[in-house]
Design a protein around this ligand. Structure first.
Ligand code: C5P
Length: 397
């Protein structure tokens, strides 16, 4: 939650500006307050009145508004917030920021502020990819300015690619990650997610059907409660949520190294579907078909068990959680797995194809701990994640 946190929201002039109104609503719903600042171009897309009504606050537009200067000067306005968010950040506004211009209220505020700044860019794909814009983005990054998005997808101009404003919910998550003072504030949580790929040769690999959806949803729920999340992901189809520190890996070996590199932690959650085996003699060149028609004999060896390794470490996190994706005897297998691996909780689910859980949007889990098994009703993966994050917050109190 953003209880009492103040966001100075600079709304830039682009077609995506209307989404900033939804962002105002979401920030307020999270307990934060919003002071909107509209550039002149922004006022062509949203009216100061709608921004003001949603923010329930005065809207600022003009650097030379003497009344505003008497009530609250632009310097004070720029410093009274906990975070300055520029949404949408247009190519022109980004260029102004990178160049240090101060020729209107919005750009002057950004020059004068000493509070952290986050931008949510939105522009045409060609503009986003233009070397000048990429240079400006690199400059802002070097200046310590945080960024959420842009997303890739269909754009208002009819083109497709990177440049679309991040979803307001994702921008809120990124804001929460910086400012939230929830029950997990100050806690570091490691989360593995997605499948691993184990190479057979440079072009082929062993994989599984994990999408990384449950891991990403859980990371997002933990961030919302204020946790600092180290998100270690294999090649998943669902992207990491905003606000987490991402390490991308391919193999189980790399995943174990990445986990060890971010220890210590208050909790570690192993939601990744790690391949059980790797090919011991993975070929450095592409394996050719044998003229006799004989398939290659792949030699497999067991992968390190990341969960079991961490659960048995001396400096293990206080709470270690494993997942058990089973197709038969879910409860019995998961209970045995909890013992064998030495973790505190196992989150078990039935991934038989008929459940549609693996790669789907819903999950039905049973949480097993020292006190026994607790079965939760089938729900959206995001809802399961929220409930699990709440349970983790209780346990880490
Ligand atoms: O694959 P298995 O059913 O054993 O996975 C159970 C739990 O162990 C999961 O939480 C998974 O992330 C973890 N695991 C692991 N390293 C492996 C295999 C599984 O961390 N090599």
């Amino acid at each position: 939650m953003l209880n009492g946190k103040r966001i100075l929201l600079v709304i830039g002039g682009g077609i995506a500006a209307f989404k900033s109104l939804e962002l105002i609503r979401l920030i307020r719903k999270s307990g934060g307050s919003v002071t909107p600042v509209l550039t002149r171009a922004a006022q062509e897309f949203v009216t100061p009145l709608s921004a003001s009504a949603l923010a329930a606050d005065k809207v600022y537009t003009d650097l030379f508004d003497l009344t505003d200067e008497a009530e609250m000067g632009h310097i004070e306005l720029s410093r009274s917030a906990d975070l300055v968010v520029v949404c949408p950040a247009t190519a022109d506004f980004i260029a102004k920021m990178a160049g240090g211009h101060a020729d209107d209220l919005a750009s002057t505020l950004l020059m004068a502020t000493d509070t952290p700044v986050m931008i949510a860019p939105a522009m045409n794909v060609r503009m986003w990819l233009h070397p000048a814009n990429q240079r400006n983005i690199a400059t802002l990054k070097a200046d310590g300015i945080a960024r959420t998005g842009p997303d890739e997808g269909d754009m208002a101009c009819g083109e497709f690619g990177p440049g679309r404003l991040a979803e307001p919910q994702d921008i809120l998550d990124a804001i929460l990650a910086r400012l939230a003072n929830g029950p997990l504030s100050g806690k570091h949580i490691i989360l593995t997610s997605g499948p691993t790929h184990e190479p057979i040769d440079p072009v082929r690999y062993i994989a599984n059907r994990s999408s990384g959806a449950q891991g990403a949803a859980l990371a997002s729920a933990l961030v919302r409660l204020g946790a600092r999340v180290s998100f270690i992901t294999g090649p998943a189809t669902v992207p990491p949520p905003p606000g987490v520190a991402v390490t991308r890996v391919e193999t189980a070996d790399q995943m174990l190294n990445a986990v060890q590199a971010v220890l210590p932690a208050d909790a570690a959650i192993f939601a990744a579907a790690v391949a059980d085996w790797h090919v011991t003699d993975a070929s450095t060149g592409k394996i050719k078909k044998d003229k006799t028609g004989k398939p290659p004999a792949l030699k497999l060896a067991e992968n390190p068990d990341i969960l079991a390794t961490v659960a048995k470490m001396k400096n293990r996190p206080g709470l270690v959680i494993g997942f058990a994706a089973e197709t038969d005897d879910v409860l019995a297998n998961a209970t045995a797995k909890r013992k064998r691996k030495g973790c505190d909780w196992i989150v078990a689910n039935d991934v038989s194809p008929e459940t549609g859980i693996m790669g789907g949007d819903e999950n039905a889990v049973t949480v097993i701990d020292d006190n026994g098994a607790e079965t939760w009703p089938r729900a959206a993966k995001h809802d399961v994640a929220r409930r699990l994050a709440g349970r983790i917050a209780e346990a880490l109190k």
